[in-house]
Design a protein around this ligand. Structure first.
Ligand SMILES: Cc1ncc(COP(=O)(O)O)c(C=O)c1O
Length: 375
């Protein structure tokens, strides 16, 4: 069987919580979502958290909540996932790419400064692999900041939880993330008004149904009938489900065990590869205090394509995260002159398997295969 590059770990606890949810016969949006939101706020020290159905939709909602001028420019890394630039375009804004640092794969502040124009309205950062971006110099630039923390649910920057530092922070709980629920995501809002609006928008923009109006007044004596609704504004449906939230509650309860496994694998890779002169390992010594989420382990190597094919022949799947966004005609296709590191990573970066179900034997096999290839 091929060793997969990403994966989740579902135990008896996830099964038990899902089973209870199914027994409750209320599998859509409901009480379990509230419970998950509260528990995540408690564990991660967020002032608020609104669960949604995906990280991609959370990005769109974050940009929508900022109410940026139409066609204004959002600066984001070229080396990130498609959903980041898609959200910018779908929100009626223009993506402008900054480069990333080679050794952290995080957005470079110097290239952000190079692409700022009078039309810049926002900066989107991505904590690649869960290694926190140096946020202070970016916040100092004075623009609203969206913090894509899809990889960084357990990361802290200078003791602050990632996702709570910028104006809005988003998370992904898709099937392979550190906290996996199948499909899911969510948003942390610095501003409590935005949080209230986010909660209204996620259900087609509905503010209050007649039923809620009646129950919140504590009486059925209301002018509204329960089938009437107030609308904040027309919006999409981005509701998460009780089933996903039940899985999330189990994953959250198991976070120490799951994170310990990820960290151990990361450290074995680092120890095995750190002294090889042909291979660059991810940097993990930074000049600020942080904690890592260890979402993905990306090396830089010569002959990357050949190595990837060799690994696959040996039943080991690896991949490139991410294909540069400036290569797509749909976005602001850039010449790449100032995106040098993104271009280098496109030719040399490779994400190796990292997930909580990898066995020690599999990790040894991956390391041995890589060393053999370069011998
Ligand atoms: C950096 C980043 N942002 C956003 C997303 C989108 O999250 P989702 O898959 O939950 O829509 C992902 C998903 O992999 C991601 O890696």
């Amino acid at each position: 069987m091929t060793i997969s590059v990403f994966g989740s770990d579902m135990s008896y606890l996830e099964k038990e919580y899902v089973s209870k949810c199914l027994d409750s016969q209320w599998i859509g949006f409901g009480e379990k979502v509230n419970e998950f939101e509260n528990e995540l706020c408690r564990v991660r020290n967020f002032s608020n958290f609104t669960m949604l159905d995906s990280g991609s939709n959370s990005l769109f909602l974050a940009l929508h909540l900022l109410n940026l001028p139409k066609n204004s420019e959002v600066i984001l890394p070229a080396f990130t996932w498609m959903a980041c630039a898609n959200a910018v375009v779908l929100a009626g804004l223009r993506p402008v790419f900054a480069d990333v640092e080679l050794d952290t794969m995080n957005i470079s502040v110097d290239t952000i400064k190079q692409v700022i124009t009078k039309n810049t309205s926002c900066i989107m950062v991505v904590h690649f692999a869960g290694l926190p971006v140096d946020m202070d110099p970016i916040i100092k630039l004075g623009y609203p900041v969206v913090e894509d923390s899809a990889h960084a649910i357990y990361s802290d920057y200078k003791s602050l939880p990632c996702g709570s530092i910028g104006d809005l922070g988003i998370f992904s709980f898709d099937a392979v993330k550190n906290l996996a629920v199948g499909e899911g995501g969510g948003i942390v809002c610095k501003n409590v008004v935005s949080k209230t609006i986010a909660q209204e928008l996620r259900y087609c923009g509905i503010r209050k149904s007649g039923f809620q109006a009646a129950s919140s007044s504590g009486t059925s004596d209301t002018e509204k009938m329960w089938w009437e609704y107030e609308l904040t504004e027309p919006f999409m449906k981005m509701l998460p489900t009780n089933v996903a939230a039940s899985i999330g509650l189990a994953q959250l309860e198991r976070r120490n065990e799951l994170q310990k496994k990820r960290k151990e694998i990361w450290q074995v890779y680092q120890e095995s590869f750190n002294n090889l002169d042909f291979l660059h390992t991810p940097k993990d010594e930074l000049n600020y205090e942080y904690t890592h989420s260890f979402f993905t382990y990306a090396i830089r190597i010569p002959n990357r394509d050949e190595l990837a094919k060799y690994l696959l022949k040996n039943d080991i799947y690896s991949t490139l995260r991410y294909h540069p966004l400036n290569h797509y005609k749909h976005f602001n296709k850039s010449s790449g002159d100032y995106l040098q590191n993104t271009e280098i990573l496109n030719k040399t970066a490779l994400s190796l398997p990292l997930h909580p179900r990898l066995t020690d034997i599999e990790v040894s096999k991956i390391i041995d295969c890589i060393l053999k290839f370069y011998q």
